[in-house]
Design a protein around this ligand. Structure first.
Ligand code: ADP
Ligand code: MG
Length: 224
């Protein structure tokens, strides 16, 4: 058996926030872990324990106070130029609040296709829309939803749009920050089942193809 490849490594990672007045919040303190390709990594902790801060540091929304994040062996916070663009494509995030994470002034098609446009993944307008329709179908939405705006959707549907947006660039790793905790209990199971189904479909342990999707998830706790 070949040695498994770490896809994500956190090495003694800390993220502190300095508040006005000088107090320091040690949101993430000395965290180390390794996630291998094909694994689902779950992080559990009470509200305020630093899960979102950790996720945001992993995906480079925050600079760490100390420590290192490696993605496919490379130090994430040192990436520049084409390597940084590649990283932004390969790691995606699904956010906790589907109301705050979608731009209310953009249509669903433009939200889902944003990464396709940024990374030049479609050769024509027709191909772009075909991809959008296929992604909407993948997450259980309809082609006619493409021209609508986020406020026309329920929380569960919005989270599906967020998932389609994350999948559009065929990422290798998705960080899901409590993706169902803001949803009605009655639809939480639907979204969890969708994520499970996508993980099974998109990851194949024998393939190292760049289109393979890998998942890193933080799961909700009772307190959120
Ligand atoms: P969780 O996602 O586990 O609920 P968070 O990562 O959101 O936890 O927050 C961890 C701690 O860091 C909390 O005490 C929170 O108030 C604080 N915190 C988070 N973001 C910031 C910020 N941008 N500035 C200052 N403090 C923050
Ligand atoms: Mg959080």
């Amino acid at each position: 058996m070949s040695k498994p490849t770490p896809i994500l490594e956190a090495e003694r990672l800390s993220k502190h926030f300095r508040l006005r007045g000088g107090a320091v919040v040690r949101a993430v303190e000395d965290v180390s872990f390794v996630v291998y390709e094909g694994e689902t990594f779950g992080l559990v902790g009470e509200s305020g324990s630093g899960k979102s801060t950790l996720g945001r540091t992993l995906i480079r929304l925050y600079e760490p106070t100390s420590g290192r994040v490696r993605f496919l062996g490379e130090d994430v916070h040192r990436l520049r130029g084409p390597a940084l663009r590649r990283f932004h494509r390969q790691m995606q995030m699904i956010f906790q609040d589907p109301y705050a994470s979608l731009n209310p002034r953009m249509t669903v098609a433009d939200i889902v296709a944003e990464g396709i446009d940024i990374h030049g993944l479609a050769r024509s307008k027709k191909e772009r829309m075909e991809r959008v329709y296929a992604l909407l179908e993948t997450v259980g939405l309809l082609p006619e939803h493409a021209g609508r705006f986020p406020h026309e959707f329920s929380g569960g549907q919005r989270q599906r749009i967020g998932i389609a947006r994350a999948l559009a660039v065929e990422p290798k790793l998705v960080i899901a920050d409590e993706p169902i905790s803001a949803l009605d209990v009655s639809i939480q199971a639907q979204v969890v089942n969708l994520l499970k189904k996508l993980q099974q479909e998109k990851s194949s342990p024998t393939s190292s193809s760049p289109t393979t999707c890998r998942w890193c998830a933080t799961f909700p706790t009772a307190s959120g």
